[in-house]
Ligand binder design. Structure first.
Ligand code: ATP
Ligand code: MG
Length: 438
């Protein structure tokens, strides 16, 4: 893609509502545009990043055997009346009437709908366990939408649901998801801490919020930094090993402020290992047993002729929130650097050009073609503007690698730079192999 052709409305004007870096940066680099309070359009640059995140989430869900499906955004109120949440959900739920006067709603989550689908098709324990997920827009009429895509009203979420015969089975499904989440956030280049969260009346310890470290987060967190040293390679995909992995993670102190006790923290975590910072919730996994299957009468024929409500869990990841959260986690000294796995482009070529000198641009075009042929997703900055402006712009856009073609270039060597580090002179061949190996 040539930058001059890319729809990327870079702007210096910022609304006063953009209080945190990710929101400012996403507006400035034209990743999103607000359409009304807490509702955004995703422009090409932002959309590309979000799609890459979505794909990583999808691959990691598929890897543990979860099956993708798609439920609608608009739901009937009937099933929500059955579960009792039509009343309980309150004003966060957007309620709509269709032309027949039927009460509909824009789904804020999907426990009821998936339970309804499940109860009408699966009757026997022989079809269990099941793990289903979809990636779909949600709407919650948040009282205070803010921080851009981090707390908005319409947002994109992966939500998965597990169905098991008993608690023992449900725990295995939970552990698979736990493992999948750790892997997903690693691939996104994020340090995510699984924190024990409230389980409500269900009790037990099967509820975790995944929180990434960022000064601008809404949750205050306290943790033992050794939790980052847990080595995933130690575990295999057997049930016993996954159970051990979750227990190993849970053995480290990690709480949000509602569970925090100063004495406890100091006793359990050495001073040099203490992490006190803010964090952003990017995912939540939760076992809730028969909370929905009992009121919705979702029963399974268990062995021995007995019927029992299916045991369920739900597992969410805020895909659109992750775009902003990744910026918060990576932004440093006016420079944004995307992790390669989700960067809008793999590399940008920045030639120094002017009206009288098109030689660099020609060189750049040649390199562009060669990289394209290698399936490297490359952006060429063909805009006629001075180099210092170009560099500032690319510090904001955050593509992690640059090939600079200017005064330093030699016949067959070019300046190759990783953002936040020094540049080196490399041949095109070594640039290619560097980019392929990253
Ligand atoms: P929060 O406490 O931040 O409101 P929640 O507990 O309501 O989150 P869940 O219902 O568990 O969130 O939703 C799963 C994920 O969806 C969250 O971990 C978060 O990443 C994302 N999410 C929830 N609400 C929003 C929102 N208003 N805007 C963007 N993403 C959201
Ligand atoms: Mg919420």
């Amino acid at each position: 893609m040539y930058l001059s052709k890319l729809f990327i409305p870079i702007t210096k004007e910022l609304s006063s509502e953009a209080k945190i870096k990710s929101h400012q940066l996403m507006l400035r680099t034209g990743m999103i545009k607000q359409s009304s309070a807490g509702i955004y359009s995703w422009l090409p640059l932002g959309f590309k990043v979000m799609k890459k995140i979505e794909q990583i989430v999808r691959e990691e869900q598929n890897l543990i055997g979860a099956q993708e499906m798609l439920m609608p955004t608009i739901q009937s109120s009937e099933i929500w009346k059955e579960s009792g949440r039509y009343e309980d959900y309150g004003e966060e739920m957007l309620r709509i009437k269709d032309r027949q006067g039927r009460e509909m709603l824009y789904g804020p989550t999907n426990e009821e709908l998936i339970t309804d689908i499940f109860r009408s098709s699966i009757k026997s324990y022989k079809s269990l366990p099941q793990l289903l997920y979809h990636i779909q827009w949600k709407f919650r009429d948040e009282i205070r939408p803010r921080f851009g895509v981090m707390r908005c009203r319409e947002f994109y979420m992966k939500d998965a649901y597990s169905f098991d015969l008993d608690e023992e089975g449900a725990k295995k499904s939970y552990n698979k998801m736990f493992y999948s989440y750790i892997r997903t956030f690693n691939r996104l280049g994020l340090k995510a801490i699984p924190m024990a969260a409230d389980t409500g009346p269900i009790g037990g310890d099967l509820s975790h919020e995944f929180i990434i470290l960022a000064e601008t987060g809404e949750s205050q967190i306290y943790a033992d930094k050794k939790i980052f040293e847990v080595d995933l390679n130690k575990y295999d995909s057997s049930d016993g090993s996954l159970e051990k992995m979750r227990k190993d993670f849970s053995s480290f102190y990690a709480v949000t402020d509602d569970k925090f006790k100063e004495n406890d923290f100091n006793e359990k975590v050495k001073k040099e290992s203490q992490v006190k910072t803010k964090g952003i919730e990017v995912g939540h996994i939760f076992y809730f047993g028969d909370k929905y299957s009992t009121p919705l009468n979702c029963l399974i024929d268990a062995q021995g002729g007995k019927k029992a409500p299916v045991k369920m869990g739900s597992y969410g990841i805020g895909i659109s929130r992750l775009v902003g959260a990744t910026i918060e986690a990576n932004y440093n000294n006016e420079i944004m650097k995307w992790p390669r796995s989700i960067s809008p482009f793999d590399v940008v070529i920045i030639p120094s050009i002017s009206k009288n000198n098109k030689e660099n641009l020609q060189k750049a075009e040649k390199i562009y073609k060669e990289l394209k042929n290698q399936n490297i997703d490359v952006l060429l900055d063909d805009v006629d503007e001075n180099m210092s402006n170009k560099f500032k712009k690319h510090d904001l856009i955050g593509i992690p690698y640059q090939i600079i073609i200017g005064s330093k270039s030699e016949e067959d060597k070019f300046e190759f730079k990783e953002l936040n580090s020094k540049s080196t002179m490399l041949s095109l061949e070594s640039i290619k192999s560097q980019l392929k190996n990253k």
